[in-house]
Design a protein around this ligand. Structure first.
Ligand code: IMP
Length: 434
């Protein structure tokens, strides 16, 4: 038996897609546990790019079971489109993809509300993906959400839509002065009925499925979306997403007890990026940021919204925080090759806040804004790392950089990625084993 959780240690977009794709080849079942189609994983197989928003990318591996857990919020329209997309490449989803009957559904009004609410925040806007993620989670915790099991039951769905729509239409018109045509409950019901019919065959009690798999000695991989600093509890609140990307979310988001989880892998970029608003202590601007953004075969642009990502130096305060709140066993270091061209590289080892040294990540934004990163500067190796297939193939400077990051974070490195392709990887350890 073995259960491994893969989490992002920064603000998402660490390259989890590729790491999960590699580990998925050794797993029997791959499971998403939070977030929704705000996420975007890109996997390059044989030079062909595949982007996933909801379905675990493990679906590309023949014979693997893929699960979308109860902690995920599902836009039925997006999921149906993704299923069709995957199937058009000849991949079978029937009998391999399962969706939790307890996961919550994103409705059209969640998307409108998400965009309207964020716009009205003005200067304090979060810069959400506008996919209705936060507003669907709002309804979930307000206990007025629609779960997949409700969605598939015509009578329950009709009743819930009626109630929700009246409330949302009032909110949009009266509170947010949103100019719109009021859709009727019947219209919404009709629009969604086809999606419900299409998704019925995939929907089940996935907690039973995963626990049975573990009891039967199968390898299970839990795939986190976004990253620790976007976690609603441990991230840069309120500039976060509305779920728990941290490893603990894998238990609540799938119905698997913490006693069944064996290890946690933290995916970490060799520098830092962030999309959307919110604090980013080591952020760079100007030419250096542009170089990081545009280096390598895949630039730093959001997979879901296409927005340019903000870029900055590696921040050990952030990743140490992630190591603690996730209980990381290994680091999977990605995009090392992007640094190949730099003359010198900075690493943030701590912050100075009001004349004091701070080593933990401050929760209070007002304090964080007043913090200055303390940097160590290392010489660039100025040699390509793309072709490296073993640790010894890496230039000495690159090895020193990797070792310093690991030392600062206090977690061993299990894998180094030097390009987007599956083969552009140096594995130091089988991270699915103790
Ligand atoms: P939401 O998840 O759409 O509510 O957006 C909240 C914040 O999380 C925004 O700053 C988004 O840019 C960010 N975010 C959401 N999903 C991702 C992701 O997959 N990668 C990086 N940032 C994300």
């Amino acid at each position: 038996m073995g259960a491994t959780v893969v989490v992002g240690t920064q603000w998402g977009d660490e390259g989890k897609g590729k790491i999960i794709d590699i580990l998925a080849s050794r797993a029997d079942l791959i499971c998403r546990y939070q977030g929704g189609n705000n996420a975007g994983h890109t996997v390059v197989v044989g030079g062909e790019e595949h982007t996933f928003h909801l379905i675990p990318s493990g679906i590309l591996h023949e014979g693997k079971t893929c699960v979308i857990g109860n902690g995920v919020v599902i836009d039925p329209e997006a999921l149906v489109q993704e299923i069709e997309g995957v199937e058009s490449h000849g991949t079978v989803t029937s009998g391999r993809l399962f969706v939790s009957d307890r996961s919550h559904v994103i409705m059209s009004y969640h998307k409108v509300l998400d965009q309207v609410i964020d716009e009205q925040r003005g200067k304090g806007k979060i810069g959400t993906t506008g996919r209705g993620i936060g507003t669907a989670y709002m309804d979930k915790t307000a206990r007025i959400g629609i779960r997949m099991c409700d969605f598939l039951d015509e009578e329950t769905f009709r009743e819930k839509v009626q109630i929700a729509l009246e409330e949302k239409n009032d909110l949009l018109e009266k509170l947010y002065s949103y100019d719109m045509e009021r859709p009727s409950a019947q219209e919404v019901f009709e629009k969604y009925r086809d999606y419900a019919d299409r998704l019925r065959e995939f929907t089940t009690d996935t907690s039973v499925l995963i626990n049975d798999a573990l009891a039967g000695g199968k390898q299970v991989l839990f795939e986190g979306a976004q990253g620790t600093m976007l976690d609603v509890d441990f991230g840069t609140y309120p500039y976060v997403t509305s779920s728990n990307p941290v490893a603990g979310g894998a238990a609540t988001g799938t119905g698997v007890g913490p006693t069944r989880i064996d290890r946690v892998v933290g995916v970490v970029k060799a520098y830092t990026t962030r999309v959307g608003e919110g604090p980013f202590p080591t952020e760079l601007s100007g030419e250096l940021a542009d170089r990081l953004r545009n280096a390598g075969p895949i630039g730093e642009y959001g997979r879901t919204t296409g927005r340019p990502r903000r870029c900055g130096w590696f921040d050990a305060v952030v990743v140490r925080h992630a190591a603690r709140v996730n209980g990381l066993d290994y680091l999977a270091l990605t995009r090392l090759d992007i640094l190949d061209v730099l003359d010198s590289i900075k690493v943030c080892v701590g912050y100075e806040c009001g004349g004091k040294k701070v080593t933990g990540f401050p929760p209070l934004l007002r304090m964080l804004v007043g913090c200055t990163p303390v940097y160590e500067e290392v010489e660039g190796w100025k040699e390509p790392t793309v072709g490296a297939r073993s640790y010894g193939d890496l230039p000495e400077g690159a090895r020193k950089y990797v070792e310093r990051l690991s030392e600062l974070v206090g977690v061993p490195v299990g894998l180094i990625s030097v390009g987007p392709g599956r083969e552009e990887t140096i594995e130091l350890k089988d991270m699915m084993r103790p």
